[in-house]
Structure formats: C-alpha cells, structure tokens
Design a protein around this ligand. Structure first.
Ligand code: NAP
Length: 515
C-alpha cells in the first residue's frame, strides 16, 4: 500500500485531499508515497506559527533556543539509519550521499546549538560597540538585532531534504523565528519522517514547527510584513517568488539560493606528482559523483592550462571510471540515479545543448550499472566533456544538474581564469589549485566578487581539506548573481536575515541593561 504523507499545521497532522502527487523510487521507478496539501488553510497555518511559535521563541534566551536545537539534532540522529534508508528509497542516495545530507543536518543543528549556548542568557544580539553621539558620554547609540515577529517560510530544493531544512531551521530558530518547512515534493519522504520525529519527540514548542508536505498552494499569498522567505531551488522559481505581489507589497525579505556553475581552476604551476594535483583530482571526482552531481556546490567547469588538458582528461577519466554507478544500496556504488524522471530529462536536455561546443570523453549515457538487471531507473553515468571553444556562452550558462562537468582550456594566467569565472555570472563556490601563493592570492583578489566562497587549495592543506562541495556552518553559503544573491549560515551572521537591526539611542546605562 502506498504511504500517504501528512503535513503538520496548527499543531495537528493534516492529510491533503484531491489529486495526490506521487513520490518515486528513482532506482526502480516505483511509487513509494503520495501527498497533497489541498485543503490546508495556509492563512491559518501561518497565523498559528506567528502567534504561538513566535511568542514561545521570543520568550526564550539564546541559550534556551540552543538547547532546543540540540534536542532536535539528537532526536533526528536517533533515527539516522531509518533516514538513510529513506534517502536511498526516495532520493537514490548511496549511504555516503545520505550521510552527507542527514549528518550534515544534525551537525548544523548542533553547531548552532553551541552558538546559542555561547550567547547565553540573552535575547538581544548586539551589533558592534556603543557609539558616543555627543561630547557627553551619557548620550550614546548602539545597533541591536531582535527577532522579527513573523514566520520564516523555508522552501527547499529536492536534493537536500534534511540538510536544506536544518541549515535554515537552525538559524531561524536561534534567531527566534518559528518555521514553516516546505521540502520539494518529489523527495519529501525524508523531510516528512523528520517532521514526525520532531513532533513525536515533543521537544519543539507548539507553533515553532510547521511542515508542508506537497505543493505550496497559495501559502505565499498570505505572507505579512514581518515574515521572511528563505528559498533554495531554481532561478525560475526564485524569480517567481520574488515577483509575487504579496511579497513586493509587504517588502517581505526573500533569500534566494539558486543555480550555480561552480569552477575548479588548476594552476599552471601544478605538476602531476604534486600533492595539490592529487587533491584536485580527488575533489573534482567527488564533486562529479557525490549525490550524482545533484549538489548546488558541485564543480561544473574545470579550467585547465591548455598544455595539461590531455593528461588531466586521462587522469580524471581514470578516477571517474573507478567510481561504480548503480543501485544506491549496493556496497561500493558511488553514484546512484538522479532523483526524478524530470531531473534525468533536464540533464539529458542540458547535455544535448552542450553537444555543439563540447566533446564527450566519458559517459553521457546510462552506463554500466551495479545491481540493476533491467532498464528502470533514472541513471546517468559520470560524464566528462571537453570544451571545443572555452568562450562558448553555453558552457558558462547551462548548469547540467547531474554528474557532469566540462574541462575548459585556459592560458594559465590569473587574468584569463578570472575572466572565465566571471562568465558564470555568479557562483556559490569555486576552487583554485596551486602551490604558487601569487596565483592563489591573485585569484582571490580578481575573482572574489563573482563568488560566495573560494576554496584556495595548495599542498599544505591537501590532507585537511573537506573540499569545496561541503558547506560548513561557520562559513557563509550563497553567491551573487545567478547563484541568487543570497547569504545563509556563516555563524552568527546567518541569524541576521531573521532579525531586525535597530539603532537604539539614549542614556548609556539604560542601553547597557538591555540584554
Ligand atoms: P525548484 O523546482 O525551483 O523547486 C524548489 C522548491 O520550490 C520546491 O520545494 C518547490 O516545491 C518549490 N516551489 C516551486 N514553485 C513554487 C511556487 N510557485 N511557490 C512556492 N514554492 C514553489 O527547484 P528543484 O528542482 O527542487 O531544485 C533544483 C535547483 O535548485 C537547481 O537549479 C539547483 O542549482 C538549485 N539548488 C541550489 C542550492 C543552493 O544552495 N544555491 C541548493 C540546492 C539546489 P514543489 O517540489 O512542490 O514544486
């Protein structure tokens, strides 16, 4: 029997009516669950979160909100094995891919829990020191952050149902805003189970957590001026949400994390026996194969000095061929299927568009699959392309959201690499591999404006690097331009989106008392 997923609204479980959206197992194409949000009164759902959840969180100190986040992290971690199975069933995740999402989620909640503990028994976040406003030291000013009194609507992409929720939830809850989580419908099995775990654990005060499992319906038409929307997904949906009348009229903050053509740049100084070369091969290979390339931070463009292209193609092919594709539950498989039939179709269409300006040197098809003896499943084997003309706009415009990357020759200079990076019109992250400080620093100097994060990799960090693909809660996640122009995480700065910055001016001893 097909499982029907539920939403959690106004402190109650809700089963949608009408036509159900189906969730599939991407390995077998079988339907594994269905869901609908028809019948949800979104206006009431948002009001309940604002009134009950907002009040509850604002009554808590940062330390208490931190305790709540830690309890959420522990509750989810307790069901880790079950969640990993669901990630394979509905997301096509290998065990490693599932851990990346689920452990990433619990780790991020725990990280913000500790920040809450450090902030202690306060409810106000100070921004900088007291500022003297006159000759008399009594008349001063100071900037403070207080939580907005609305609800934080968290809309997530299909590829990280756990981490995508947790990274937004951790910052919103620590800031003091209740959340409405809306995972992508197609892979919402993991998020739906996390909702059950959180509700059953009893750790979350009423109204702090609402879960919408299925279409967003008319939810965003009911946003009010103290609400915020944190969105991750495609640029098209981001634009649609940003342009809504309800959003514009109420000046509702919208944070967008969207598409990105991240790059890896190999310095001209790097030899094949350097540690940094091994690191480059390892990290690029992982980025192409992990989560079948369905990672917003995955490397899509690989800039290689012209005279090294041939050897890099051979070495990367060797590494990628060693990564087995197939059923995500089979031991040793590194690349599972894409998450949905639509994702496979989009990736194939993207490859077709790149065909004119690239040559395929590996993959491009279903490939050889471990543990699969039929033609089912949304598989695309790791695919390596080489650009015929590095300037072709399509290379820098078309994000193929799958295990696909393109080698693009360049002349080895900072100027050329930076100019090609810029052509991506804004990326979440890019990595520079070199043992020459001048090259690494030159890239940081010339290309930081085009990126949210830059991974400066040399032999000295080779054994410590988590790679560009891992989003760390300490560092900002987001990027300019095409990447959405958003900012998430980054330690305490991640809280600011959910808070109002207010300048207080008055009598110094009085302002000091506000905590
Ligand atoms: P998507 O189709 O844009 O959907 C994203 C989310 O938006 C889903 O939850 C979707 O719900 C919801 N949605 C769609 N239309 C909506 C509307 N009119 N109002 C409110 N919500 C709406 O993107 P996706 O296919 O899930 O994700 C793939 C994209 O996400 C890729 O382009 C990738 O680059 C990007 N991504 C970016 C990051 C990042 O951090 N920058 C991370 C991951 C992915 P339904 O599923 O119910 O339609």
């Amino acid at each position: 029997m097909t499982t029907t997923l539920k939403s959690y609204v106004c402190g109650q479980w809700f089963t949608g009516t009408g036509k159900m959206a189906q969730l599939h197992n991407p390995t077998t194409e079988e339907v594994v669950a269905e869901t609908s949000t028809e019948g949800i009164n979104f206006q009431e759902a948002l009001a309940h979160a604002r009134d009950k959840g907002g009040a509850a969180l604002r009554a808590m100190t940062f330390a208490q909100r931190g305790e709540l986040l830690m309890a959420m992290s522990k509750a989810i971690h307790e069901y880790r094995e079950e969640l990993l199975d669901l990630a394979a069933l509905n997301g096509g995740n290998t065990r490693g891919d599932g851990k990346f999402d689920i452990d990433g989620a619990t780790g991020t909640l725990a990280f913000y829990a500790k920040l809450g503990e450090k902030l202690g028994d306060r409810k106000t976040l100070n921004d900088g020191d007291e500022i003297r406003l006159s000759k008399n030291p009594r008349w001063v000013g100071r900037h403070v952050y207080k939580p907005l009194h609305g609800v934080a609507i968290l809309i997530n992409a299909f590829n990280f149902p756990a981490w995508g929720f947790a990274e937004k939830a951790a910052t919103a809850i620590l800031a003091g805003m209740p959340i409405v989580n809306k995972p992508a419908t197609s892979t919402s099995l993991v998020a739906a189970r996390i909702s059950e775990i959180l509700v059953e654990s009893g750790v979350v005060p009423e109204g702090v957590f609402t879960s919408i499992c299925g279409s967003a319906g008319d939810m965003l038409e009911h946003v009010q001026w103290q609400d915020v929307v944190a969105f991750t997904g495609s640029s098209d949906t981001g634009l649609k949400i940003r342009s809504m009348k309800s959003i514009l009229e109420n000046n509702v903050r919208v944070n967008v994390e969207a598409d990105s053509l991240n790059a890896a740049v190999l310095g001209a100084d790097v030899d094949s026996d350097d540690d940094v070369y091994d690191l480059f091969l390892r990290e690029v290979t992982r980025d192409i194969t992990q989560k079948a390339g369905q990672k917003c931070t995955a490397t899509r463009r690989i800039f290689v000095p012209q005279d090294a292209v041939e050897s890099v193609v051979e070495d990367l092919k060797g590494q990628l061929e060693a990564m087995k594709s197939g059923a995500p539950t089979v031991k040793g498989v590194k690349t599972g299927p894409l998450a949905t039939a639509q994702q496979l179709q989009d990736a194939q269409a993207g490859l077709a568009r790149l065909a004119e300006c690239t040559e395929t040197v590996l993959g491009g098809s279903r490939g050889e699959l471990e543990g699969i003896d039929n033609d089912k499943g949304y598989f695309l084997s790791p695919t390596l392309l080489v650009a015929k003309d590095g300037e072709a706009p399509e290379l820098h415009d078309r994000e193929v959201f799958g295990p696909v990357a393109t080698i693009i020759p360049y002349d080895g200079s900072v100027e050329h690499a930076a100019r090609l990076l810029e052509k991506g019109r804004g990326s979440l992250v890019s990595s520079i591999y070199s043992d020459k400080a001048a090259f690494l620093l030159g890239m940081a100097d010339s290309a930081s404006a085009f990126l949210g994060r830059m991974h400066l990799a040399n032999s000295k960090i080779a054994e410590h690097s988590a790679g560009p693909g891992t989003v760390l809660p300490q560092l900002m996640h987001g990027g300019p331009g095409r990447a959405g122009g958003g900012q998430e995480l980054g330690g305490l700065s991640g809280l600011r989106f959910y808070m109002q910055r207010t300048a207080l001016q008055g009598f110094s001893p009085l302002l000091e008392k506000l905590n």
